[in-house]
Design a protein around this ligand. Structure first.
Ligand SMILES: Nc1nc2c(ncn2[C@@H]2O[C@H](COP(=O)(O)OP(=O)(O)OP(=O)(O)O)[C@@H](O)[C@H]2O)c(=O)[nH]1
Ligand SMILES: [Mg+2]
Length: 244
């Protein structure tokens, strides 16, 4: 069986752990404040003959170095390089949530945008054109309700297609204007010289221009082999996984 890793990223309280539980059949704590995920949790599911190791990341508004949560989520996506990153958005506050999606798209092209709480959006009369959004973002967009288990099959299929490399994506890249773009172009070869191409060069250049000291520390620790935020291991329960 092929094995893949899948990260669940998103703003706080967008239903990542609820989705994680729905997908893995596990009981990661959920809720408003009390259920906040402070660490990473990990579980597995089987879909169409492949094993997907799901990583439930802490909720973050960005992937800078503003908090330990942001560093945990960022380091996982940048350094562990999951086969798929699912960005979970709250359908009732898309504008705010899309900020994080754009940041993830700067780091990796293997992304599925998952619009959760679609039941709540429907109740409020909010209509989301997922096809148009997918066209604009350049990656698959799926609308779900993790709590009511709506849209889960569609999400799993999109995740699987990205994992296998069957879906061609073209992530939206933000253009930052001439002076910043010039600096990015200057920095990129220097970064490649130091780090090769294992990390997303353009994104690193942007973070350096922003003076992200925390990221530099993380890279140094990584290069010295002294880092080690590892997902909390949960009991793997194949019997209750979503098999299709
Ligand atoms: N109406 C509705 N509520 C949902 C849905 N999915 C999750 N919720 C609720 O949203 C709240 C937050 O869910 P969590 O799964 O804890 O959110 P989270 O993204 O893991 O939160 P953090 O770990 O803090 O980032 C809970 O009260 C869930 O029951 C959904 O599809 N519809
Ligand atoms: Mg959570």
């Amino acid at each position: 069986m092929k094995r893949y890793t899948v990260a669940l990223a998103g703003n706080p309280n967008t239903g990542k752990s609820t989705l994680f539980n729905t997908l893995t059949g596990m009981r990661q704590h959920t809720g408003n404040w009390a259920g906040k995920t402070v660490d990473m949790a990990e579980g597995e599911l089987v879909h169409k003959g492949s094993i997907f190791r799901m990583i439930d990341l802490p909720g973050t508004y960005s992937l800078y170095s503003n908090s330990a949560d942001e560093e945990v989520a960022r380091d996982y996506i940048v350094f562990e390089q999951p086969d798929v990153s699912i960005v979970v958005l709250d359908a009732t506050s898309l504008e705010r949530n899309l900020n994080l999606a754009l940041q993830v798209l700067e780091i990796t092209s293997r992304v599925v945008v998952c619009i959760n709480l679609i039941d709540e959006a429907n109740r409020l009369g909010i209509v989301i054109d997922t096809a148009l959004l997918s066209q604009k973002l350049g990656v698959p967009v799926v609308a779900i309700s993790a709590r009511s288990k709506v849209g889960i099959d569609d999400l799993l299929n999109q995740m699987e297609q990205i994992a296998h490399g069957f879906t061609e994506t073209k992530p939206l890249q933000i253009a930052y204007g001439d002076s910043i773009e010039r600096k990015i172009t200057e920095l990129e070869p220097l970064i490649r010289e130091q780090l090769g191409v294992r990390f997303p060069t353009r994104w690193l250049a942007l973070r350096l221009l922003d003076g992200d000291q925390g990221l530099l520390e993380s890279i140094k620790a990584r290069l010295n082999g002294t880092t080690g935020a590892k997902p909390r291991q949960e009991v793997v329960d194949y019997g209750r996984t979503a098999c299709h």
